[in-house]
Ligand binder design. Structure first.
Ligand code: SAM
Length: 284
Protein backbone atom coordinates (compact mmCIF):
# COMPACT_ATOMS: atom_id res chain seq x y z
CA UNK A 1 0.00 0.00 0.00
CA UNK A 2 1.38 3.46 -0.89
CA UNK A 3 1.65 6.31 1.63
CA UNK A 4 -1.19 8.12 -0.14
CA UNK A 5 -3.41 5.05 0.00
CA UNK A 6 -2.83 4.48 3.73
CA UNK A 7 -4.18 7.95 4.58
CA UNK A 8 -7.46 7.38 2.73
CA UNK A 9 -10.63 6.51 4.62
CA UNK A 10 -11.79 2.89 4.35
CA UNK A 11 -14.54 1.92 1.90
CA UNK A 12 -18.10 2.59 3.06
CA UNK A 13 -20.15 -0.47 4.03
CA UNK A 14 -23.36 -1.20 2.05
CA UNK A 15 -22.00 0.58 -1.04
CA UNK A 16 -21.95 -0.43 -4.69
CA UNK A 17 -18.72 0.76 -6.32
CA UNK A 18 -18.63 1.08 -10.12
CA UNK A 19 -15.00 0.50 -10.99
CA UNK A 20 -13.66 1.48 -14.41
CA UNK A 21 -10.92 -0.82 -15.73
CA UNK A 22 -8.42 -0.44 -18.62
CA UNK A 23 -9.62 -0.60 -22.23
CA UNK A 24 -6.31 -2.00 -23.46
CA UNK A 25 -3.48 -0.51 -21.45
CA UNK A 26 -3.08 -1.88 -17.94
CA UNK A 27 -1.29 1.30 -16.85
CA UNK A 28 -4.64 3.06 -17.06
CA UNK A 29 -5.98 1.45 -13.88
CA UNK A 30 -6.33 4.10 -11.17
CA UNK A 31 -4.96 3.88 -7.64
CA UNK A 32 -8.49 4.22 -6.34
CA UNK A 33 -9.73 1.39 -8.57
CA UNK A 34 -6.99 -0.88 -7.21
CA UNK A 35 -7.76 0.03 -3.62
CA UNK A 36 -11.47 -0.54 -4.14
CA UNK A 37 -10.87 -3.94 -5.72
CA UNK A 38 -8.50 -4.83 -2.88
CA UNK A 39 -10.78 -3.68 -0.06
CA UNK A 40 -14.25 -4.65 -1.25
CA UNK A 41 -15.98 -7.83 -0.03
CA UNK A 42 -16.86 -9.18 -3.45
CA UNK A 43 -16.40 -8.21 -7.11
CA UNK A 44 -19.33 -8.54 -9.51
CA UNK A 45 -17.78 -9.09 -12.95
CA UNK A 46 -19.07 -9.40 -16.51
CA UNK A 47 -16.56 -12.15 -17.28
CA UNK A 48 -15.10 -13.82 -14.20
CA UNK A 49 -12.16 -15.28 -16.13
CA UNK A 50 -11.13 -11.96 -17.64
CA UNK A 51 -11.48 -10.12 -14.36
CA UNK A 52 -9.54 -12.94 -12.70
CA UNK A 53 -6.66 -12.20 -15.08
CA UNK A 54 -6.79 -8.48 -14.28
CA UNK A 55 -6.80 -9.15 -10.54
CA UNK A 56 -3.99 -11.64 -10.93
CA UNK A 57 -1.91 -9.04 -12.77
CA UNK A 58 -2.27 -6.65 -9.84
CA UNK A 59 -1.84 -9.35 -7.18
CA UNK A 60 -5.40 -9.06 -5.89
CA UNK A 61 -7.33 -12.09 -4.66
CA UNK A 62 -11.06 -11.62 -4.09
CA UNK A 63 -14.30 -13.59 -4.47
CA UNK A 64 -15.85 -12.91 -7.91
CA UNK A 65 -19.54 -13.07 -8.74
CA UNK A 66 -20.66 -13.22 -12.35
CA UNK A 67 -22.88 -10.34 -13.45
CA UNK A 68 -23.63 -10.16 -17.16
CA UNK A 69 -26.38 -9.20 -19.59
CA UNK A 70 -28.37 -12.41 -19.24
CA UNK A 71 -28.30 -12.80 -15.44
CA UNK A 72 -28.56 -9.10 -14.55
CA UNK A 73 -32.08 -9.38 -13.09
CA UNK A 74 -31.28 -12.34 -10.82
CA UNK A 75 -27.86 -11.06 -9.81
CA UNK A 76 -29.19 -7.57 -9.11
CA UNK A 77 -31.42 -9.08 -6.41
CA UNK A 78 -28.48 -10.94 -4.92
CA UNK A 79 -26.36 -7.80 -4.97
CA UNK A 80 -29.12 -5.90 -3.14
CA UNK A 81 -29.28 -8.65 -0.50
CA UNK A 82 -25.53 -8.40 -0.04
CA UNK A 83 -25.71 -4.61 0.23
CA UNK A 84 -28.46 -5.03 2.86
CA UNK A 85 -25.98 -7.17 4.85
CA UNK A 86 -23.53 -4.26 4.72
CA UNK A 87 -21.19 -5.63 2.05
CA UNK A 88 -18.98 -3.41 -0.12
CA UNK A 89 -19.43 -4.54 -3.70
CA UNK A 90 -17.28 -3.56 -6.68
CA UNK A 91 -18.83 -3.90 -10.14
CA UNK A 92 -16.50 -4.22 -13.12
CA UNK A 93 -16.99 -5.09 -16.77
CA UNK A 94 -14.53 -6.58 -19.27
CA UNK A 95 -13.10 -3.16 -20.07
CA UNK A 96 -13.91 0.48 -19.45
CA UNK A 97 -16.69 2.02 -17.43
CA UNK A 98 -19.57 -0.17 -16.20
CA UNK A 99 -22.95 0.86 -17.57
CA UNK A 100 -21.54 2.39 -20.78
CA UNK A 101 -22.67 -0.11 -23.44
CA UNK A 102 -21.98 -2.67 -20.73
CA UNK A 103 -23.93 -4.21 -17.83
CA UNK A 104 -24.47 -1.98 -14.82
CA UNK A 105 -27.47 0.25 -15.36
CA UNK A 106 -29.96 -2.24 -14.00
CA UNK A 107 -28.25 -2.93 -10.67
CA UNK A 108 -27.45 0.77 -10.20
CA UNK A 109 -31.10 1.70 -10.67
CA UNK A 110 -32.19 -1.04 -8.27
CA UNK A 111 -29.60 0.01 -5.67
CA UNK A 112 -30.56 3.69 -5.92
CA UNK A 113 -34.26 2.79 -5.63
CA UNK A 114 -33.57 0.69 -2.55
CA UNK A 115 -31.70 3.60 -0.96
CA UNK A 116 -28.16 2.19 -1.13
CA UNK A 117 -25.09 4.27 -1.75
CA UNK A 118 -23.62 3.99 -5.26
CA UNK A 119 -20.13 5.36 -5.89
CA UNK A 120 -18.34 5.79 -9.19
CA UNK A 121 -14.61 5.05 -9.40
CA UNK A 122 -13.96 6.84 -12.70
CA UNK A 123 -11.36 5.78 -15.21
CA UNK A 124 -11.02 4.53 -18.79
CA UNK A 125 -13.91 4.89 -21.20
CA UNK A 126 -13.47 4.41 -24.96
CA UNK A 127 -16.02 7.13 -25.73
CA UNK A 128 -14.13 9.82 -23.79
CA UNK A 129 -10.69 8.72 -25.00
CA UNK A 130 -11.88 8.88 -28.62
CA UNK A 131 -13.89 12.08 -28.40
CA UNK A 132 -11.26 14.13 -26.60
CA UNK A 133 -8.49 13.23 -29.08
CA UNK A 134 -10.70 13.39 -32.18
CA UNK A 135 -10.37 17.08 -32.96
CA UNK A 136 -14.16 17.24 -33.29
CA UNK A 137 -16.35 19.50 -31.12
CA UNK A 138 -16.50 18.22 -27.53
CA UNK A 139 -18.76 20.91 -26.09
CA UNK A 140 -21.88 19.04 -27.16
CA UNK A 141 -22.00 15.35 -28.02
CA UNK A 142 -24.55 12.56 -28.23
CA UNK A 143 -23.49 9.04 -27.26
CA UNK A 144 -25.34 6.44 -29.31
CA UNK A 145 -23.28 3.36 -28.43
CA UNK A 146 -24.02 0.36 -30.65
CA UNK A 147 -26.59 0.80 -33.41
CA UNK A 148 -29.10 -2.04 -33.85
CA UNK A 149 -27.79 -4.90 -35.98
CA UNK A 150 -30.76 -5.07 -38.39
CA UNK A 151 -30.41 -2.82 -41.45
CA UNK A 152 -33.88 -1.24 -41.29
CA UNK A 153 -33.56 -0.36 -37.62
CA UNK A 154 -30.04 1.01 -38.14
CA UNK A 155 -31.26 3.23 -40.94
CA UNK A 156 -34.15 4.56 -38.90
CA UNK A 157 -31.83 5.31 -35.98
CA UNK A 158 -29.38 7.12 -38.25
CA UNK A 159 -32.17 9.10 -39.94
CA UNK A 160 -33.37 10.25 -36.51
CA UNK A 161 -29.82 11.27 -35.56
CA UNK A 162 -29.66 13.75 -38.43
CA UNK A 163 -31.68 16.14 -36.28
CA UNK A 164 -29.36 15.78 -33.30
CA UNK A 165 -26.80 18.54 -32.82
CA UNK A 166 -23.30 17.97 -31.50
CA UNK A 167 -20.78 15.24 -32.25
CA UNK A 168 -22.34 11.77 -32.56
CA UNK A 169 -20.43 8.93 -30.91
CA UNK A 170 -20.89 5.27 -31.80
CA UNK A 171 -19.33 1.98 -30.76
CA UNK A 172 -18.96 -0.42 -33.69
CA UNK A 173 -17.65 -3.90 -34.32
CA UNK A 174 -14.78 -4.21 -36.85
CA UNK A 175 -17.02 -6.61 -38.82
CA UNK A 176 -19.58 -3.86 -39.45
CA UNK A 177 -17.31 -0.87 -39.90
CA UNK A 178 -17.57 -1.06 -43.72
CA UNK A 179 -21.36 -1.34 -43.59
CA UNK A 180 -21.46 1.59 -41.17
CA UNK A 181 -19.30 3.82 -43.38
CA UNK A 182 -21.53 2.96 -46.34
CA UNK A 183 -24.56 4.04 -44.32
CA UNK A 184 -22.80 7.25 -43.27
CA UNK A 185 -21.83 7.92 -46.86
CA UNK A 186 -25.46 7.68 -47.88
CA UNK A 187 -27.02 9.58 -45.00
CA UNK A 188 -24.20 11.92 -43.82
CA UNK A 189 -22.02 12.33 -46.96
CA UNK A 190 -20.60 15.72 -45.94
CA UNK A 191 -19.98 14.88 -42.31
CA UNK A 192 -16.50 14.69 -40.82
CA UNK A 193 -15.89 11.22 -39.46
CA UNK A 194 -13.17 10.06 -37.08
CA UNK A 195 -12.41 6.37 -36.63
CA UNK A 196 -10.61 5.88 -33.31
CA UNK A 197 -9.05 2.45 -33.41
CA UNK A 198 -7.32 0.36 -30.71
CA UNK A 199 -7.33 3.18 -28.18
CA UNK A 200 -4.66 3.09 -25.47
CA UNK A 201 -3.06 0.07 -27.18
CA UNK A 202 0.26 -0.13 -28.99
CA UNK A 203 -1.29 0.43 -32.40
CA UNK A 204 -3.75 3.16 -31.52
CA UNK A 205 -4.79 5.02 -34.65
CA UNK A 206 -7.08 7.88 -35.61
CA UNK A 207 -8.38 8.03 -39.19
CA UNK A 208 -10.15 11.22 -40.16
CA UNK A 209 -12.08 12.16 -43.26
CA UNK A 210 -15.40 12.16 -45.12
CA UNK A 211 -17.29 8.84 -45.12
CA UNK A 212 -16.35 8.15 -48.76
CA UNK A 213 -12.65 8.75 -48.08
CA UNK A 214 -12.58 6.44 -45.08
CA UNK A 215 -14.63 3.83 -46.91
CA UNK A 216 -12.08 3.79 -49.69
CA UNK A 217 -9.30 3.25 -47.18
CA UNK A 218 -10.89 0.47 -45.20
CA UNK A 219 -11.99 -1.32 -48.36
CA UNK A 220 -8.32 -1.59 -49.32
CA UNK A 221 -7.29 -2.94 -45.92
CA UNK A 222 -9.85 -4.89 -43.84
CA UNK A 223 -9.94 -3.19 -40.45
CA UNK A 224 -9.12 -5.08 -37.27
CA UNK A 225 -9.37 -4.17 -33.61
CA UNK A 226 -11.87 -2.10 -31.70
CA UNK A 227 -13.40 1.12 -32.99
CA UNK A 228 -15.17 4.20 -31.78
CA UNK A 229 -16.77 6.17 -34.62
CA UNK A 230 -17.35 9.90 -34.23
CA UNK A 231 -19.43 11.95 -36.62
CA UNK A 232 -19.65 15.73 -36.81
CA UNK A 233 -22.19 17.30 -39.09
CA UNK A 234 -20.35 20.61 -38.82
CA UNK A 235 -17.70 21.50 -41.35
CA UNK A 236 -14.27 20.96 -39.78
CA UNK A 237 -11.13 22.60 -41.11
CA UNK A 238 -7.58 21.38 -41.15
CA UNK A 239 -7.85 18.22 -39.09
CA UNK A 240 -4.57 16.35 -39.16
CA UNK A 241 -3.93 12.67 -38.79
CA UNK A 242 -0.91 11.64 -36.76
CA UNK A 243 0.60 8.35 -35.85
CA UNK A 244 4.06 7.08 -35.08
CA UNK A 245 5.31 5.57 -38.29
CA UNK A 246 8.03 3.57 -36.54
CA UNK A 247 5.46 1.81 -34.35
CA UNK A 248 2.79 1.48 -36.99
CA UNK A 249 5.09 -0.10 -39.54
CA UNK A 250 5.28 -3.20 -37.36
CA UNK A 251 1.49 -3.44 -37.08
CA UNK A 252 0.23 -5.77 -39.81
CA UNK A 253 -3.25 -4.28 -39.49
CA UNK A 254 -2.13 -0.65 -39.58
CA UNK A 255 -3.87 1.48 -42.17
CA UNK A 256 -1.32 3.91 -43.48
CA UNK A 257 -2.26 7.03 -45.43
CA UNK A 258 0.58 6.14 -47.81
CA UNK A 259 -1.35 2.97 -48.67
CA UNK A 260 -3.87 5.17 -50.39
CA UNK A 261 -1.70 8.04 -51.54
CA UNK A 262 -1.83 7.38 -55.30
CA UNK A 263 -5.61 7.44 -55.39
CA UNK A 264 -6.12 10.23 -52.92
CA UNK A 265 -5.04 13.78 -53.67
CA UNK A 266 -6.12 14.86 -50.16
CA UNK A 267 -4.21 12.19 -48.27
CA UNK A 268 -0.67 11.93 -49.51
CA UNK A 269 0.86 15.05 -47.96
CA UNK A 270 3.09 12.90 -45.82
CA UNK A 271 6.05 14.56 -44.15
CA UNK A 272 8.48 12.57 -42.08
CA UNK A 273 10.12 14.40 -39.19
CA UNK A 274 12.91 13.52 -36.77
CA UNK A 275 10.77 11.32 -34.57
CA UNK A 276 9.50 9.47 -37.60
CA UNK A 277 6.03 10.77 -37.14
CA UNK A 278 3.95 11.26 -40.22
CA UNK A 279 1.17 13.69 -40.63
CA UNK A 280 -1.36 13.68 -43.36
CA UNK A 281 -4.00 16.23 -44.08
CA UNK A 282 -7.21 14.46 -44.69
CA UNK A 283 -9.53 17.39 -45.00
CA UNK A 284 -9.43 20.16 -47.55
N1 SAM B 1 -17.75 0.08 -21.20
C1 SAM B 1 -16.81 0.30 -22.26
C2 SAM B 1 -16.32 1.74 -22.20
O1 SAM B 1 -16.39 2.36 -21.14
O2 SAM B 1 -15.82 2.25 -23.19
C3 SAM B 1 -17.40 -0.08 -23.60
C4 SAM B 1 -17.76 -1.52 -23.72
S1 SAM B 1 -18.49 -1.95 -25.25
C5 SAM B 1 -19.05 -3.57 -24.91
C6 SAM B 1 -17.11 -2.32 -26.29
C7 SAM B 1 -16.96 -1.32 -27.42
O3 SAM B 1 -16.28 -0.16 -26.93
C8 SAM B 1 -16.10 -1.82 -28.55
O4 SAM B 1 -16.87 -2.57 -29.50
C9 SAM B 1 -15.58 -0.54 -29.17
O5 SAM B 1 -16.56 0.07 -29.97
C10 SAM B 1 -15.39 0.32 -27.91
N2 SAM B 1 -14.01 0.11 -27.39
C11 SAM B 1 -13.65 -0.53 -26.27
N3 SAM B 1 -12.31 -0.50 -26.13
C12 SAM B 1 -11.82 0.16 -27.19
C13 SAM B 1 -10.51 0.51 -27.63
N4 SAM B 1 -9.43 0.17 -26.94
N5 SAM B 1 -10.39 1.20 -28.79
C14 SAM B 1 -11.47 1.57 -29.51
N6 SAM B 1 -12.72 1.25 -29.14
C15 SAM B 1 -12.90 0.56 -28.01
Amino acid sequence: MSAAESTLPPLTPATLYLVATPIGNLEDITLRALRTLRECDVIAAEDTRRTGQLLNHFGISKPILSYFKFNEAKRSEEILERLARGEKIALVTDAGTPGISDPGERVVRAAVKAGFRVESIPGPCALIAALTASGLPTDEFHFVGFLPVKSGQRRRSLEALKKVSGTLAFYESPYRIGKFLNELNELFPTATVVLARELTKKFEQFLRGKPAELLDIIERRAPKGEFVVLVSQLEAEGITQTCRDSECRSDPTHISPSDVAPAHPHWPQVATNAVSQFRCRVLR
